[in-house]
Design a protein. Structure first.
Ligand code: NAI
Ligand code: SF4
Length: 424
């Protein structure tokens, strides 16, 4: 079946693509090619609008964060800009670690100057003069290309004391993560940047008020920042016309699993899960799809009419998260997948708070016992007590954990039990 007519998917280099338009077209090592393909138009428009104008455009565009939580970017930037405490900071969260997520990697490796330009715009709008780019340690190619992009931008007056001769000073420092999933949580990331253990802080206060070094900080995901270029190039109104009412603009989806063409897909918000999976060539005996990664949830293989929007997935009782779409056919051993997810959370818990430190261990133990029963008898008979324990531990983690890791560690398992009938 062909995707719906509304979903005319442009190919690389065609005008309809926004986030991926330069990828595979412009040399990611060449500032000249970046500029020849539209680069630095958005920053020029930002300077013409002034900081208040940029804040207005970003707010009116309806852009929400692409890291997973969908917080309004304009509100975040306005709140940072309005803080009297100085200095202000911009932090790009490039510690992309959600299992199944690789969109930021593609952006950074394929179009590194776009991130440098958009961080400069974020700094200008929020009154910051220093940006930190916290990069996942396992992305060495992105590190090389971003370092090159920053060096070239500095040499050409696009970073430094007088950006584009407009009297605005801004520079970017890259810091590498060291392989801890929790350091993608923004406040753990700040602690890591400050040289402390990567443990989350309690929120509030939110980073817009007290973030990096206790100062007002706008922390944004890579894809969120790159969207700002489109907001400024198109104008808020035209940008907001892409997608749906509450999920505006284009979105990158990370498709993996049992599909013929895994990879990153750029679609306007509003395509259905079925549209996307048809493009990616999903197999016919689709059993389940994991949306939003390990922190997300499973839906059944027959729930393909779910709209891929933040509001649509919420209404369907699931999540879009950072855009993970992991397709599983009936050959995949679900108990083994759930156990792997539980191992992941147990391993990555920072151990700071009890519900998560202990709960992730208990969850893994219970799933291990169930998986062993399935392994010996082919069924999960005798597992009722363990499933009840999983629910109890899962609710405690969700209600009492400090940060999103503990709060979401039971999501995937719960959805597998309730939605897929795992172990039934
Ligand atoms: P959150 O909802 O606590 O916050 C989202 C953002 O909005 C943060 O920047 C926060 O500071 C800001 N914010 C929230 N309320 C605010 C307020 N009243 N005033 C000012 N700012 C406010 O969510 P969190 O914990 O930052 O992120 C959770 C998401 O991260 C999940 O959806 C999960 O899927 C995703 N995630 C993504 C990963 C990736 O690799 N992309 C890895 C792990 C999780
Ligand atoms: Fe650390 Fe888990 Fe508590 Fe988050 S919920 S602070 S990862 S122990």
């Amino acid at each position: 079946e062909e995707p719906s007519a509304a979903l005319a998917v442009p190919q690389a280099g065609e005008p309809g693509l926004r986030l991926l338009s330069r990828i595979g077209v412009a040399d990611p090592e060449s500032l000249d090619e970046y500029r020849a393909n539209g680069g630095y138009r958005a920053l020029r428009r930002a300077f013409a609008l002034g900081p208040a104008g940029v804040l207005r455009e970003v707010t009116d565009s309806g852009l929400v964060g692409r890291g997973g939580a969908a917080f309004p970017t304009g509100r975040k930037w306005q709140a940072t800009a309005s803080q009297p405490d100085q200095p202000h900071y911009v932090v790009c969260n490039a510690d992309e670690s959600e299992p199944g997520t690789f969109k930021d990697r593609v952006l950074m490796e394929g179009d590194p100057f776009a991130l440098i330009e958009s961080m400069t715009i974020a700094g200008y709008a929020t009154g910051a003069h220093k940006g930190y780019l916290y990069l996942r340690g396992e992305y060495p190619r992105a590190l090389r290309l971003l370092t090159n992009a920053i060096t070239q931008a500095r040499a050409r007056g696009l970073l430094g004391d007088d950006v584009l001769g407009m009297g605005y000073a801004f520079d970017i420092e890259i810091r590498r993560g060291a392989g801890a999933y929790i350091c993608g949580e923004e406040t753990a990331l700040f602690n890591s940047l400050e040289g402390h253990r990567g443990e989350p802080r309690s929120k509030p206060p939110f980073p817009v008020e007290k973030g990096l070094f206790g100062k007002p900080t706008a922390a944004n995901n890579v894809e969120t920042l790159v969207n700002v270029l489109s907001v400024l190039e198109l104008g808020a109104e035209a940008y907001a016309a892409i997608g749906t009412g509450k999920s505006t603009g284009p979105k990158l989806f990370c498709v993996s699993g049992n599909v013929e063409r895994p990879g990153i897909y750029e679609l306007p918000f509003g395509a259905t899960l079925g549209d996307l999976l048809r493009l990616a060539g999903a197999t016919d005996d689709l059993r389940a799809v994991l949306l939003g990664g390990a922190a997300g949830g499973f839906v059944r293989g027959d729930e393909l009419d779910i709209p891929l929007t933040f509001e649509g997935t919420r209404e369907a009782g699931t999540t879009l998260g950072s855009g993970v779409v992991l397709a599983l056919d009936s050959s995949v051993p679900l108990p083994r997948i759930l156990l792997r997810i539980a191992e992941f959370f147990r391993d990555e818990s920072c151990g700071q708070c009890v519900p998560c430190r202990i709960g992730t261990v208990r969850q893994e133990e219970a799933l291990h016992r169930i998986a062993e029963r399935v392994g010996t008898s082919g069924g999960a008979e005798g597992s009722a007590d363990d499933i009840a324990l999983l629910r109890e531990v899962g609710e405690a983690m969700r209600d009492a954990s400090i940060c999103g890791l503990g709060q979401t560690a039971w999501n995937a398992v719960e959805s597998a039990i309730d939605r897929l009938g795992a172990y039934a």
